[in-house]
Ligand binder design. Structure first.
Ligand code: SF4
Ligand code: SF4
Length: 200
C-alpha cells in the first residue's frame, strides 16, 4: 500500500513531470546540433551528434568518402575508344560506337595516340551496379567515379549519360570520310595488283 502511495502522490507526479520535461528539453536543445564535415577515416564518421535525427538535406549532407563509387564521368578528350570498359562491364551498361579517324586527331593528356572517334559513348547509370571495374581497366584513366550521388531522375531515359563530343552530323561526316578512304585504298590496291599482273 505504501509502495502505491509512493508512486501516485502529488510529489511523485511533479517529480516525474519535471524529469520528463527535462528530457524533452535536452532532446530539443540537442536537435539543434548540426553535423560538421568529417572524413570516413575519422573515428566519429558514423556517429550522429547527440539528439540529431535528420539532416536538412540538401542544405546539409553527410560527406562522401574520397574513394566512394558514385556517378561515372568520361573525360572524352582523353578517351582512346579502346572498348575495354564496355567489355568488362558485368551489366553491359556502356555502349560505344567507334569510327576510325582518317586524319591525325592528336593525343590524350598522358601522351597516348588517339586513332578513333566515338560517335556514341553512353553509360546507362540506371543499370550500373557501381562495381568500378570499368575505371580500373581504363588505360588512360579518363573514366572515373565522381562524388556525385544525388542524380535521381523522373524519366529513366535521363539516366543514360552521353559523353560523345561529336554531333550526329559530324559523326556522319567522319563515317563518310572513312568509307571514302577505304574505297580509295581498295582501288589503289586493285590497281597495284593489276599493274603487277601486267608486268608479270
Ligand atoms: S561501374 Fe561496373 S556496372 Fe557500372 S559501368 Fe562500370 S563496369 Fe559497368
Ligand atoms: S576504357 Fe577508357 S579509354 Fe577505353 S573506351 Fe573506356 S573510357 Fe575510353
Amino acid at each position: 500500500m505504501n509502495e502505491v502511495k509512493k508512486h501516485t502522490g502529488f510529489g511523485y507526479v511533479v517529480k516525474s513531470l519535471v524529469s520528463g520535461l527535462g528530457l524533452t528539453w535536452r532532446h530539443f536543445k540537442n536537435a539543434r546540433n548540426r553535423r560538421t564535415p568529417e572524413y570516413v577515416s575519422d573515428e566519429n564518421y558514423f556517429k550522429q551528434p547527440d539528439g540529431m535525427a535528420t539532416l536538412k538535406y540538401p542544405y546539409e549532407a553527410i560527406p562522401v568518402p574520397d574513394n566512394g563509387r558514385y556517378r561515372l564521368h568520361n573525360e572524352i578528350d582523353d578517351c582512346i575508344v579502346c572498348d575495354l570498359c564496355a567489355k568488362i562491364c558485368p551489366v553491359n551498361c556502356i555502349t560505344i560506337e567507334s569510327v576510325k579517324a582518317t586524319e591525325d586527331i592528336g593525343m590524350t593528356s598522358d601522351g597516348t595516340k588517339k586513332r578513333l572517334y566515338a560517335p556514341v559513348f553512353d553509360i546507362d547509370m540506371a543499370k550500373c551496379c557501381y562495381c568500378g571495374l570499368c575505371t580500373t581497366v581504363c588505360p588512360t584513366d579518363c573514366l572515373t567515379m565522381t562524388p556525385v550521388y544525388d542524380f535521381a531522375e523522373v524519366n529513366i531515359k535521363n539516366m543514360v549519360y552521353h559523353f560523345t563530343d561529336l554531333t550526329p552530323e559530324q559523326a556522319e561526316e567522319k563515317k563518310q570520310l572513312l568509307a571514302k578512304q577505304q574505297e580509295e585504298m581498295a582501288a589503289a590496291k586493285a590497281a597495284a595488283l593489276a599493274a603487277r599482273k601486267q608486268q608479270g
